[in-house]
Ligand binder design. Structure first.
Ligand SMILES: Cc1cc2nc3c(=O)[nH]c(=O)nc-3n(C[C@H](O)[C@H](O)[C@H](O)COP(=O)(O)OP(=O)(O)OC[C@H]3O[C@@H](n4cnc5c(N)ncnc54)[C@H](O)[C@@H]3O)c2cc1C
Ligand code: FES
Ligand code: FES
Length: 497
């Protein structure tokens, strides 16, 4: 398996399937600028830039090396912090800006921040992405610093304004070298099928093999629970599960679509979805994590399942024998971490009716931190309104039970009532308190979850009635919260929906 590591093509002929990019750089290449902080995708100390040839341009995205199998980077340009200073005369602009803004103290987090900012610098022109407070905050949303504080780091990012360019991708040799590489893995224990049929055949052949998409759930079993994986089947080359777009009366979201891809797609057409996506994990995780992985993983606190439930999405599942079946999202979850997915099945796509997407809907996520945090409670609500009356309603929750659920008793209270009927609203809130039985854990107490669930439904109701309710979605970051000299951490420390 080959990839470009900084300035040269490297080839590996023997690697375990779950050997991470972080271990590879530090242990096999002596590139210790890439740090290990948490080994769980949370801190960003291990951030790498990975470039791929797309429509003739090399575009870069960040990822967490600690939870990325190095073999998944076959055919890519992998950039570690050591390389940045070799590109031009002196430090890379992202590094120089960090020096000038005093953006580093102990320095442990610094390589990760520098690579996140360098990615923004390199892509700004290619993606016509402005370099402003919002894009800087987005770029570093997965990087934690415990000593410097974020103000000087944000200032460093902003100082690159006007000078963003292509120090990495403008190198003449790079495009040709990338075009020459294939992206095949070693094909011993890490398989990289090129079609859905091949992926399903591999799954049937290797009984204990796991599918891996972004690896942002799966690899934590390796780094946190020390599970050694045998055969991994990487789904990233399977075009059939990467479709994204409207077809006929439906929106099709392939299981292999990443959050970042769905974010780009939904930015103009589906603003509620776009805003919620910005609250999922960090930029690094959103660049890798997929919608199919989120649903297949079966976690009750996953963010996409309630949204798919609220839209009555269908899930298409394919098998190696060529058969295909469709189940609804409400049938998909059977119990805690148990789903309809058979061992030899792959989630292909989610189908959502465009009519339902056009109806009034809201998604609210409550978590302890704004960036990179798992939901305590998530509400996805959809109302079908006809002449001022509610004809149909979905109240789908994450974090309220062993599986993502709909509050069907509460939903029934709003069936066929006027949108202005506040008595009905009180009945719904009472029904929610009786119907929902959330648990207490380190994220939130059962009582807090219940109170939040009621508040979120009330908030959706107010918005349905045309009231403006203060909200913070993550896009865009309000200027006032991030004004220079302000205690950003304090302002953003509270819960937000
Ligand atoms: C730091 C961090 C923050 C996170 N924050 C959030 C958050 O805010 N909200 C949230 O919901 N999640 C969050 N997650 C969880 C995770 O990122 C998501 O669940 C993500 O969508 C998983 O997708 P993946 O492609 O990485 O799945 P993988 O890890 O590759 O796979 C997960 C599981 O799904 C299976 N699988 C994957 N694709 C398919 C398929 N097409 N068919 C059948 N099985 C399949 C795999 O075999 C595996 O069992 C976070 C994770 C981390 C590490
Ligand atoms: S080491 Fe913390 S995100 Fe990788
Ligand atoms: S400078 Fe020490 S953790 Fe950021």
């Amino acid at each position: 398996m080959k990839f470009i590591l900084n300035d040269r093509v490297v080839e590996e002929t023997s690697l375990p399937s779950d050997f991470t990019a972080l271990r590879y750089l530090r242990e096999k290449r002596g590139l210790t600028g890439t740090k290990e902080g948490c080994a769980s995708g949370d801190c960003g100390a291990c951030t790498l830039l990975v470039g791929a040839l797309e429509a003739g341009d090399v575009t870069y995205s960040t990822l967490n090396a600690c939870i990325t199998p190095v073999q998944s980077l076959a055919g890519k340009h992998v950039v570690s912090v050591e390389y940045l200073a070799e590109l031009g005369d002196g430090l890379h602009p992202a590094q120089q800006a960090m020096v000038d803004a005093h953006g580093s103290q102990c320095g442990f987090c610094t390589p990760g921040f520098v690579l996140s900012l360098a990615g923004l610098y390199e892509n700004a022109a290619v993606k016509e992405q402005g370099l402003n407070r919002e894009s800087v905050c987005d770029a570093i949303s997965g990087n934690l610093c415990r000593c410097t504080g974020y103000r000087p780091i944000i200032e460093a990012g902003l100082a690159m304004e006007g000078q963003q360019g292509h120090l990495l991708s403008q190198q003449d040799w790079l495009k040709a070298a990338l075009a020459d590489l294939d992206n095949q893995a070693l094909a011993t224990e890490y398989l990289r099928p090129n079609s859905l049929a091949q992926a399903l055949a591999a799954k049937r052949q290797h009984a204990n093999a796991e599918f891996i998409a972004g690896g942002t759930d799966l690899m934590l079993e390796n780094t946190q629970r020390y599970k050694d994986f045998g055969v991994l089947i990487d789904l990233n080359n399977v075009a059939e599960i990467r479709q994204l777009g409207e077809q006929g009366e439906q929106l099709i979201i392939g299981a292999g679509v990443t959050y970042s891809e769905l974010e780009d797609f939904s930015k103009t057409s589906y603003p509620q979805l776009y805003n919620l996506l910005s609250r999922i994990a960090s930029r690094q995780i959103r660049n890798r994590g997929t919608i199919g992985g989120n649903v297949a993983n079966g976690s009750p606190i996953a963010d996409m399942p309630p949204i798919l439930l609220a839209f009555d999405a269908d899930v298409r599942l394919d098998k190696a024998d060529g058969s295909s079946r469709v189940v609804t999202m409400s049938e998909f979850y059977l119990g805690y971490k148990q789903t309809q997915l058979a061992d030899d099945e792959c989630i292909v796509a989610f189908h959502i009716s465009l009519d339902k997407l056009a109806e009034f809907h809201r998604f609210y996520k409550v978590s302890k931190r704004m960036e990179d945090d798992i939901s305590s409670v998530l509400l996805a609500a959809r109302f079908t309104v006809n002449e001022g009356r509610i004809e149909d309603i979905r109240l789908a929750f994450g974090g309220m039970a062993a599986t993502p659920i709909r509050a069907q008793v509460a939903e029934a209270c709003l069936q066929n009532v006027a949108v202005t009927d506040d008595v009905a609203l009180q009945q719904v809130l009472q029904a929610l308190r009786e119907e929902l039985k959330p648990m207490s854990d380190m994220r939130a107490s059962a009582q807090y979850r219940l109170d939040m669930a009621c508040s979120l439904v009330r908030k959706a109701w107010l918005e349905l009635n045309g009231h403006t309710v203060p909200s913070f979605s993550g896009h865009p970051v309000p200027e006032s919260w991030l004004a220079l000299g302000q205690e950003v951490g304090q302002t953003k420390g509270a819960n937000h929906a």
